[in-house]
Design a protein around this ligand. Structure first.
Ligand code: SF4
Length: 612
């Protein structure tokens, strides 16, 4: 017995066929599950230079080995593909119920390939897979669409789906499930390009049976006891991520007006306490006692009176300080509008901020913006812009391409104001004031993500955030740890009190696999995963030149940023040298053959030799 299902479901949309395949045991030993396993399949099954919108691209849904067990915070799901924003390998992780439903259906991976000839959705139950027409569901927002699927297939149906923006191929469309979204990297855009509106599952609960039932049961009990009194869990349970806003402002790394400044006046108007007071009900994912979410009411516009699970810190940043705004209601309402169309709140906010700065600098005028006044803080324009992006209309067509492509199309020096890394719009931490984040985001194999390796020691104030020296080694380490967590999937917000040693115990009890019993081996698996992802990107033509930061971060000292005022990333090159050395890569950022051998993935050497 084990908590792996050992199977994947391959769904071919082009010819409406499906196939169940065995997942080789050694893949679990090498990659655990979820992010790692999906990255391996994507590497093996995608040739180089596949067009992200093309039928050759694949969309892989994956879950963790501990999903659907009694463990708390381990039932999220991951989606992996080649991103239309970054052209790199990409993974986005989300919550809700869908991860557990995949486990109960008996699959660790769903591989979606091809392209449906007409708009479709896929329905899966104990009788197998059905391919259903989705013409009548087009244009529906994710919440109403999921409700419709429940009416059609039963109240226990759980689904992943896209909104209008995914259908229209806005490059940063999300995949929604319940009230949660796999938000980053345009995974919903890939789904839209496949003419796939939703995947719905309705199966009975079949809880996986652990290898060592008594040891696993004991571990679950212990985890629940740790969580009950854990201060971080209490904080997340009460406030959720909105409590981060004032901390980030105090550090001077809260991006304001498109990363021009690092603090904002009246930040207390959008604090964790303020959003806590607006909470109407708790919300959270399946099998998670942290329940970090909260339902809040929309106060204006067509969605007025409805409630959403949000906003998270990143949404507060993107529709607040980044646009020069500290209006709590605007942030909630903007969050609701993005959810309705199915677009990433970070990429949407950064794209609007980019346009606002171009407007400030006179590079864009009302003649370019459909008449909208994009002065900082113009709240009415924010909603019009979200609508235009969601519908891919007017200036929204340009901004829906992401800031990198939009800047290239605008010209006139616009690239200087496009805040992205490898094409992915940046999250709510100014890297000039946290040098570990500068390096982690620059080297991230998925572009400007805050979730590829969090510099925890710096964020907790245990290490000087301004020092660059030594960060190469520490960031290599946190990226390995993050790869392990993402391959379990242990929720970053719900894993209070757990570390690699505890993951090792849990995995061993759940699976009986010896290789998981040593912490060092788990970290080696993490290293293998980031190396594999790097090899994918190198095969696509990426290298050291792409491990970079927006020009602003290396040339413009941070302004109005409290303790971080005047900070700039001085020497990214030395940071990169140290990081590459820590991971056994060449100075060009390419894994050496010796390193590939050490990690047991020497079969990847051919792919990177051809291109490096
Ligand atoms: S901590 Fe929050 S995001 Fe994580 S599993 Fe729990 S409810 Fe979901």
């Amino acid at each position: 017995m084990t908590t792996f299902t050992g199977k994947l479901l391959r769904i071919d949309l082009t010819d409406s066929t499906w196939l169940v395949e065995k997942i080789p045991d050694h893949y679990y030993k090498q990659y655990i599950s979820a992010r790692g396993l999906a990255a391996r399949y994507l590497y093996d099954e995608l040739g180089p230079r596949v067009e992200p919108f093309g039928p050759e691209n694949k969309l892989i849904f994956s879950i963790g080995v501990l999903a659907g067990t009694g463990l708390q915070g381990f039932s999220k799901w991951c989606v992996t593909s080649k991103s239309p924003l970054t052209n790199t390998v990409f993974r986005s992780i989300s919550g809700g119920n869908f991860g557990a439903w995949m486990k109960y259906a008996g699959y660790d991976l769903l591989i979606i390939q091809g392209k449906a000839p007409v708009h479709s959705y896929v329905y899966l139950d104990t009788n197998g897979v059905r391919f259903c027409a989705a013409g009548d569901l087009l244009g529906l927002d994710p919440r109403n669409l999921q409700e419709r699927l429940k009416q059609r297939h039963g109240s226990r149906t759980e689904s992943v789906c896209i909104g209008l923006a995914g259908e229209k191929l806005v490059r940063y469309a999300v995949i929604s499930s319940g009230e949660r979204t796999a938000a980053r990297g345009g995974m919903g855009t890939v789904m839209g390009a496949k003419n796939l509106k939703a995947i719905a599952i309705n199966v009975p609960v079949h809880k996986p049976v652990p290898f060592n039932k008594s040891a696993f049961k004991e571990s679950v009990k212990k985890q629940i006891n740790i969580l009950k009194d854990h201060p971080r869990k209490k904080n997340m349970h009460t406030f959720g991520t909105p409590y981060i806003t004032t901390i980030v402002d105090t550090l001077g790394v809260l991006p304001v007006r498109n990363f021009q400044e690092g603090t904002i006046q009246q930040v207390e108007d959008i604090s964790g306490d303020v959003f806590h007071a607006l909470k109407k009900a708790k919300a959270g994912c399946y099998l998670c006692m942290t329940r970090c979410g909260g339902m809040r009411e929309v106060t204006s516009g067509p969605l007025r009176g409805t409630q959403i699970d949000g906003p998270e810190y990143e949404t507060i940043y993107a529709f607040g300080p980044l646009l020069g705004i500290t209006d709590k209601e605007l942030i909630i309402n903007a969050n609701a509008a993005c959810d309705y169309y199915g677009i990433d709140t970070i990429s949407t906010g950064v794209s609007i901020a980019f346009a606002c700065e171009l407007f400030e600098k006179g590079i864009l005028t009302t003649a370019d913006t459909d008449g909208l006044n994009l002065s900082w803080g113009n709240k009415r324009s924010v909603f019009s812009m979200i609508q235009k992006i969601g519908k891919r209309e007017g200036i929204g067509r340009l901004l829906g391409e992401g800031v990198r492509i939009a800047a290239g199309n605008i010209g006139k020096g616009a690239t200087s104001y496009a805040i992205h890394i490898k094409g992915l719009e940046m999250p709510g931490y100014d890297p000039r004031g946290i040098k570990g984040y500068a390096l982690s985001m620059a080297t991230s194999n998925i572009g400007g993500s805050h979730m590829y390796g969090r510099p925890r020691a710096e964020l907790a104030g245990k290490v000087d955030p301004f020092t660059e020296e030594g960060k190469g080694t520490s960031i290599a380490q946190v990226q390995k740890e993050q790869a392990v967590e993402d391959s379990l999937i242990a929720c970053t917000f719900g894993n209070s009190g757990l570390d690699v040693a505890k993951y090792s115990q849990l995995l061993t009890a759940a699976t009986g696999i010896d290789e998981f019993s040593q912490e060092n081996n788990l970290l080696k698996i993490g290293e293998r995963i980031i190396c594999l992802e790097r090899c994918f990107n190198i095969r696509e033509g990426f290298g050291r030149k792409d491990d970079s930061l927006p020009r602003r971060m290396t040339t413009e000292p941070l302004r109005n940023a409290g303790p971080s005022t005047g900070q700039v990333v001085k020497d990214l090159d030395t940071l990169l040298d140290e990081y590459y050395e820590a991971l056994g890569y060449t100075g060009g950022g390419v894994p050496t053959v010796e390193k590939l051998k050490d990690l047991g993935i020497e079969d990847l050497a051919k792919g990177i030799m051809m291109t490096s």
